[in-house]
Design a protein around this ligand. Structure first.
Ligand code: GLA
Length: 395
């Protein structure tokens, strides 16, 4: 669905078909997907990330009710959910995506944003689910923003992002960083956001690739294991911090407080090989973010592309979060004419990768990558070009 007047009318009509007429107004919002140019697995290590929101959206129609009921439905899923606005929520497997939303309402209530009346909501998304471009954070930030606007809470975009992250931690048991919810809440079109995840300071950097475009490549690999491995990676990084503090008498809170040179000096003090490798990835990746942003600012897209390739290698060999699908697709991408670099994005283990591709080569690029991927993996990938977008907004 594109953001046209016709589509918003359609969404409103669908909403009224499901929930009927009311004296309250239906309010409409959209929440984007995201890519991450570079800076993977640095966000829970106090490092920098460089994401951008893109033009794939979750659309939200929401309307107050006269009673205390809450209803969630989604045009693409059959389940419908009913709750009360003043109930206590707990995670329940059968509540599927509603858990993310109930988690947000729980965080809101704790902060004093309580609801005295209910609401109905209808979602419709063109973001591939569990595909690595953050459909879940689009849902969290989009929902939190829509509820905040509907009830006049005026919660800041930063706090919207933090509520989404908190919901993941408490309700979904994913100890995620802040990157996804933050970029989706605060993005500005035509820029990528250099976010310092320790301080939450932001620099909006113009994201102008001239004749080049970002192509998103969804491996279509399902990722059941992602969450448990994700938390495992986080603990390994925390283990590295603990050991370095104890053995090198450091006093760091996060790995990314160290430079690659400091890492080299102290790394032999880390006992486990895998923990050492996780630390090396986080610390060198943080350094790459700074260098890649400099390359972009200097309009050196060839160098930017190289950093993407190096980042992928580090995620593959040191952080070990890629897998055959992401390795195959990025390897094929790098071989194609007009491609400057390619890497996995997000949590990995499947999901999406990106490539920087010359606009004149995009068609051949997509055909060739698809052919290589299908031949090796046995099922097709999904490739599409993207543009940057604003963060969550009212339609
Ligand atoms: C997921 C998480 C983010 C971040 C990335 C890896 O997308 O939600 O917080 O940790 O993985 O960079």
């Amino acid at each position: 669905m594109k953001n046209s007047l016709l589509d918003t009318v359609t969404l409103k009509n669908d909403f009224i078909k499901i929930y009927g007429e009311s004296t309250y107004e239906v309010e409409l919002f959209k929440s984007p997907a995201r890519i991450n140019v570079i800076g993977e697995y640095t966000d829970f290590n106090g490092g920098k990330v460089f994401p951008a929101a893109i033009d794939r959206y979750l659309y939200i129609a929401i309307r107050k009710r006269n009673d205390k009921l809450i209803h969630y439905s989604d045009l693409k899923f059959p389940e419908k959910f009913e709750f009360y606005c003043d109930q206590t929520f707990t995670y329940k497997k059968e509540n599927s995506y509603a858990n993310y939303l109930n988690g947000i309402l729980t965080v809101f209530a704790r902060k004093g944003y309580t609801l005295s009346q209910g609401f109905d909501i209808l979602f419709c998304s063109d973001i591939p689910p569990a595909g690595g471009i953050s459909s879940s954070s689009a849902l969290e930030s989009g929902f939190a923003y829509a509820v905040s606007e509907l009830f006049g809470f005026n919660i800041s975009r930063k706090d919207i992002a933090l509520a989404g992250q908190q919901s993941e931690h408490e309700f979904m048991n994913v100890q995620c960083g802040i990157m996804d919810q933050f970029i989706i809440s605060t993005a500005k079109k035509d820029t990528a956001e250099l976010l310092d995840t320790e301080t939450l300071d932001v620099e909006y950097v113009p994201f102008n690739l001239g004749d080049y475009k970002i192509v998103v490549m969804n491996t279509n690999k399902k990722r059941q294991l992602a969450d448990s491995k994700y938390n495992e990676r986080r603990s390994e990084c925390e283990q590295a911090v603990k050991e370095l503090n104890e053995k090198a008498s450091l006093n760091i809170n996060y790995l990314c407080q160290l430079t690659p040179q400091q890492y080299e000096k102290y790394c032999s003090l880390i006992t486990q090989d895998n923990v050492m490798k996780r630390a090396r990835h986080a610390i060198t990746e943080n350094d790459r973010v700074k260098k890649a942003v400099e390359a972009l600012k200097a309009n050196d897209l060839v160098l930017l592309g190289k950093y993407l390739d190096i980042a992928h290698a580090s995620l593959k060999d040191d952080f070990e979060v890629t897998g055959i699908e992401l390795d195959t697709i990025t390897e094929s991408a790098r071989k194609q004419k007009g491609c400057l670099g390619s890497r996995m994005i997000g949590a990995g283990f499947g999901g999406c990768a990106i490539a920087i591709v010359h606009k004149d080569n995009i068609k051949d690029f997509m055909d060739n990558v698809q052919t290589d991927y299908l031949k090796k993996i046995g099922y097709p990938a999904m490739l599409f070009e993207c543009n940057t977008s604003d963060g969550v907004s009212r339609l």
